[in-house]
Design a binder for this molecule. Structure first.
Ligand SMILES: Cc1cc2nc3c(=O)[nH]c(=O)nc-3n(C[C@H](O)[C@H](O)[C@H](O)COP(=O)(O)OP(=O)(O)OC[C@H]3O[C@@H](n4cnc5c(N)ncnc54)[C@H](O)[C@@H]3O)c2cc1C
Ligand SMILES: NC(=O)C1=CN([C@@H]2O[C@H](COP(=O)(O)OP(=O)(O)OC[C@H]3O[C@@H](n4cnc5c(N)ncnc54)[C@H](OP(=O)(O)O)[C@@H]3O)[C@@H](O)[C@H]2O)C=CC1
Ligand SMILES: O=C(O)C(=O)Cc1c[nH]c2ccccc12
Length: 425
């Protein structure tokens, strides 16, 4: 099937002149600057930093909006857990009137403004299904799918920036007997509020920040939540000594090693919230910051759930042995009836499903093989943003580095091109 120039034109992202996209063939689009996969906070931050340095880019996004995780796959009561100064994207501070912990709606509004401010125009409804480096031409071939075959393209560029996120796909563990359960089973990415669970017995599986906060939301909606804690977990108060726990940790880390700061955090936590192990929340052997550094596991910042666990309003269970028709059996042989199950079991990267043949990413977990601060750069013009397990702050750090790196090559190439055209003229 032949494609007219205007049809391909319709799929163009940014200002075609500024971007310098050239249509190479009917279904192939050459991108002069980098291709960015994903229009979440990371992809947007990368595009903005590049633009500020005069480097155009094209963002490919599978959903029909920016920040789809925040807009479509998070619960209503979500707020940033870290103070706003640690969650800003590069080049644009939060509005002064934002509270210390902005709501999801405020954060999303900020991202919408960010997009307007930098005039970013992601190509929506475009899933990257494969990306491969062509060693002969020395550029990346990025194949996309839009659901309609006639709108599938191959984008090519010298640079590829992976910004699909650490939370690209909901992780749904296979629990024995789950198919027999008579009630609803949903992942936290589908959970909006406890409205529909009023009066219901709900089992929340997983005690990360999502599981803990969903339990709190269920309490607020008069449901009866129970929490599965299969392993150990660090719970820290969101604030201590009059400061945010995160801010305080960052401050102390400038002077002391992580294991010392961990001792302080645990001491103050013990003083403020007591021994969490008494309630089934056993602390890992390694301190919260050391554990975060080593495994990426984020400590839970308590926003009110713990008091309901202490009061017995939220029951804590150990791992699940099997699910039955209307109940769940736990590893310690206890069995309890439930009306619904919410899987707060986290997410997975989807990079191995589309990025071919690279040394940069692990095929097992879809994260860069290198550790922070070396996660952002691979070979042959390949970059990763938002994969250093340091949230939005980490994504901002990556954005600066990537833009700086690409700008140097971009300027050199632009100069070569200008020299060449002058010589020809
Ligand atoms: C509930 C929740 C709350 C959080 N709160 C905080 C917080 O308060 N502070 C903090 O610092 N961090 C927080 N995080 C961490 C979180 O990872 C970041 O906030 C942020 O969303 C990461 O941005 P990202 O752009 O890297 O990934 P995402 O926001 O996940 O964006 C990735 C984008 O890539 C798109 N995509 C994926 N695969 C493809 C493909 N194959 N083709 C095209 N597009 C694709 C997705 O649709 C998505 O829009 C939170 C995470 C969750 C889940
Ligand atoms: N406002 C905020 O800032 C918020 C931030 N977040 C962030 O979003 C990211 C994702 O968080 P979250 O969704 O909580 O996911 P996490 O990956 O942090 O937590 C998943 C939890 O599920 C448990 N789990 C996984 N499989 C099973 C199973 N088969 N049986 C029992 N338990 C299981 C894990 O246990 P184990 O550890 O044993 O593997 C872990 O406790 C994190 O970075 C988090 O900090 C989330 C919510 C709010
Ligand atoms: O939400 C996340 O997982 C983040 O990476 C941000 C974050 C929340 N709490 C933290 C504690 C230590 C380091 C990062 C975080």
């Amino acid at each position: 099937m032949a494609y007219s120039y205007s049809e391909v034109e319709g799929k163009r992202a940014h200002d075609p002149l500024a971007v310098g996209i050239a249509v190479k063939s009917a279904k192939c689009i050459w991108v002069a600057g980098p291709i960015i996969v994903g229009a979440g906070p990371s992809g947007l931050a990368a595009a903005a930093c590049l633009k500020q340095r005069g480097v155009p880019s094209v963002i490919l996004e599978r959903s029909n909006c920016i920040a789809s995780l925040w807009k479509n796959r998070t619960y209503d009561r979500l707020r940033l857990h870290l103070p706003k100064q640690f969650c800003e994207l590069p080049l644009m501070p939060f509005p002064k009137n934002f509270p210390t912990y902005p709501t999801k709606q405020q954060f999303v509004a900020y991202l919408d403004t960010y997009v307007s401010r930098f005039d970013l125009k992601p190509v929506f409804g475009t899933t990257v299904v494969s990306a491969e480096f062509d060693p002969i031409c020395r550029f990346w071939r990025v194949k996309t799918s839009s659901g309609t075959k006639c709108l599938d393209f191959e984008y090519t560029s010298r640079w590829l920036i992976v910004a699909t996120g650490e939370n690209a796909e909901a992780f749904l563990p296979k629990l024995e007997g789950m198919d027999d359960f008579r009630g609803p089973v949903l992942h936290t990415s589908e959970y909006k509020s406890g409205d529909m669970f009023c009066g219901k017995r709900v089992l929340v599986v997983g005690c990360g920040n999502s599981g803990m906060e969903v339990c709190l939301d269920l309490c607020n909606h008069n449901a009866q939540p129970s929490l599965v804690v299969r392993d150990s977990v660090h719970i820290l108060p969101q604030e201590m000594l009059g400061r945010s726990t995160f801010g305080l940790s960052m401050c102390f880390l400038k002077w002391f090693p992580a294991h010392i700061v961990d001792r302080l955090l645990l001491l103050v936590s013990h003083f403020m919230i007591g021994d969490t192990a008494k309630y089934g929340l056993i602390r890992p052997k390694l301190g919260p910051l050391q554990l975060k550094n080593k495994t990426g596991k984020t400590p839970v910042l308590d926003v009110g759930t713990l008091s309901h666990i202490k009061s017995g309003k939220i029951k804590v269970f150990r791992g699940i042995k099997r699910v039955r028709h209307d109940s769940v059996e736990f590893v310690d042989e206890k069995e309890e009836k439930f009306d619904a199950i919410i899987l707060a079991t986290g997410y997975r990267s989807n990079v191995p499903s589309w990025l071919m043949d690279t040394d940069m990413f692990s095929k097992e977990d879809g994260f860069p093989k290198e550790q922070f601060p070396h996660t952002w750069k691979g070979k042959d013009g390949l970059y990763a943003i938002g994969f250093n397990k340091r949230g939005l702050l980490g994504a901002s750090m990556d954005a600066w580095r990537i833009a700086e790196d690409i700008e140097l090559m971009w300027k050199a190439e632009t100069k070569r091109f200008t020299d060449l055209t002058r010589a020809v003229a």
